[in-house]
Design a protein around this ligand. Structure first.
Ligand code: FAD
Length: 499
């Protein structure tokens, strides 16, 4: 299809949308305010010149599972998923850690008398993974391609995670292992539907693993940019889009932005009711991140944890539940739930021999200025005595720092908006085509649209498909294409083109 497209923002969703549009034949320009494309998948050498730090995402269960990423030849452009020996470990006080192994059977054996229940909760989703993934990585309001598999998953997923863990498992290791995965929803574990996160993350570990990208998460963005370039699309970096006229004329405009930014950019052009609905959008709890450089592996009390790519640090189901409930209520738990990534367990290229980078974050109330770095340190030290002595450099990133780094991370919310209540289904508004803004040719494609946060590019994929359909329809009904704004604009300086 002939035509032009502008994409504002080069996060994984903006780039995914750009690739889909470019492959459909449109001439695509992506506009990015940062100097490097990638949004919250960027990496940098911020701790030391010879150590790679992931500035945002680190571990990619839904990157490797993404139907879009797996259809693109991203490996040709250097993207390689690397798996740690163990996808995820959950240390416990005074007893062996619980391990999510690649093999469902091995995980069950490790969980003793809860093994059968672990299999009962996860097995059908693992077996039907290829049918489940397109269902959960798309708009929920549609008839699923595989209704039986989705119904089986949905029947368990609607439960609150804490209730399901308590009912299904008898011992702490299985309960805590499940709760850690469910806490990726950034919600109190007593909320309906939080079990869906626990089941999906657990099943992902068994089905396709929780890998990291060789050399840093930046490799994901770089591969998408390379594919875009291959199809004559370009990314312009260092350009803040503050007026839609900057990116027009174009037959379609896709915004890799969250509702607040969309309103700031183009409120006047939007239908009133749509703008009002966007203004009601709720952002979620924040993230407080610390990157560490260590002079050796983390001295976990259970040495098997060293082989895990991800470590869920926070203790028992009860302790995790209390911590997440506190954060949701605006309090700062003394013992927060901490997500730790040990990328070096899969990818030795991240730091020189003998050293290790460690990536960790805890949830904290939205926009909170309260420093909680010492509580994160203490939680890791609790399960790895001597940890602090191994740290040679550390860098704290507060919620405000995150938003300064990337305007989509409003108040430190890394999911593009809370994933609870109606926002889990209707993102960002209640509409048959949730990506459409009501302005002909203008679509949203960020994680504020279905399926939500995470590096999978599927928000961008579905938005681009909706935009192409809309363009074809407009072409069919009106003789001359008219994009979201027909006014001419100046062309970008060539030195901004990122190849
Ligand atoms: C600390 C952290 C840890 C995370 N961990 C994981 C993880 O381990 N695994 C996982 O799957 N996901 C993780 N995520 C979530 C994941 O990174 C995001 O869900 C994903 O990046 C969202 O993609 P996006 O394209 O919607 O937006 P973003 O990646 O946020 O990209 C938006 C882009 O738009 C640009 N932009 C904004 N405004 C403008 C403007 N006016 N003009 C031009 N450009 C603009 C921004 O600079 C940015 O580059 C993490 C995120 C963070 C921040």
């Amino acid at each position: 299809m002939e035509g032009t497209a502008s994409v504002v923002g080069s996060g994984p969703n903006g780039l995914a949308a750009a690739v889909v549009l470019a492959r459909a034949g449109l001439r695509v320009t992506v506009w990015e305010v940062a100097e490097t494309p990638g949004g919250a998948t960027r990496s940098a050498r911020s701790l030391a010149p010879d150590a790679v730090t992931d500035l945002g995402s680190a571990v990619h269960p839904f990157g490797i599972a993404s139907p879009l990423f797996s259809r693109l030849p991203l490996h040709r452009y250097g993207l390689e998923w690397l798996h740690p020996k163990v996808p995820m470990a959950h240390p416990l006080d005074g007893r062996p850690a619980a391990l999510l192994e690649r093999s469902l059977g091995e995980t069950c054996r490790g969980l003793g008398r809860d093994g059968r229940a672990w299999a009962a909760v996860h097995r059908s989703v693992v077996r039907t993974w290829d049918h489940i993934v397109p269902g959960v990585l798309g708009p929920l309001l549609r008839i699923p391609e595989h209704p039986v598999a989705m119904a089986a998953f949905g029947a368990r997923g609607v439960w609150p995670a804490a209730a399901l863990a308590t009912a299904a498992f008898r011992d702490e290791p299985a309960r805590a292992l499940f709760a850690g995965s469910a806490a990726h929803g950034v919600l109190p574990l007593t909320r309906p539907l939080t079990a869906s996160f626990g089941i999906l993350f657990g099943a992902a570990g068994h089905a396709t693993g929780w890998p990291v990208a060789r050399g840093g998460s930046q490799a994901i963005a770089d591969a998408l940019v390379a594919d875009l370039n291959e199809h004559d699309g370009i990314v312009l970096t260092g350009v803040q889009v503050s007026d839609l006229a900057q990116v027009c004329p174009a037959d379609v405009v896709l915004l890799d932005l969250t509702p607040r930014q969309v309103l700031a950019l183009t409120e006047q052009a939007l239908p009133r009711s749509y703008a009002r609905a966007l203004a009601r959008w709720r952002y979620g709890s924040a993230t407080y991140k610390i990157d560490y450089l260590l002079d050796g592996p983390v001295p976990w009390a259970d040495e098997r944890v060293q082989g895990a790519g991800t470590v869920h640090v926070g203790g028992t189901l009860g302790q995790l539940s209390a911590a997440e409930a506190d954060v949701y209520a605006g309090r700062h738990p003394d013992r927060p739930f901490v997500l730790v990534a040990q990328q070096g367990a899969a990818d030795p290229s991240r730091a020189p021999t003998g050293k290790q980078v460690l990536w960790a974050y805890a949830h904290t109330p939205h926009g909170s200025p309260v420093p909680i770095g010492h509580r994160i340190d203490a939680q890791i030290e609790r399960f790895a005595p001597g940890f602090r002595d191994r740290v040679t450099a550390r860098l704290e990133t507060t919620p405000a720092d995150l938003e300064r780094m990337n305007a989509n991370l409003v108040g430190g919310d890394i999911g593009g908006g809370a994933m609870d209540g109606l926002q889990q289904v209707f993102r960002p508004v209640r509409k048959a085509v949730p990506y459409a803004t009501g302005v002909p040719g203008m679509f949203l494609c960020s994680s504020s649209t279905p399926p939500g946060g995470g590096v999978h590019g599927m928000c961008g994929f579905h938005a681009a498909r909706a935009a192409l359909k809309d363009l074809a329809r407009r072409r069919h009904t009106t003789p001359q294409p008219s994009g979201p704004a027909a006014q001419p604009t100046t062309h970008p300086p060539v030195d901004r083109i990122h190849q």
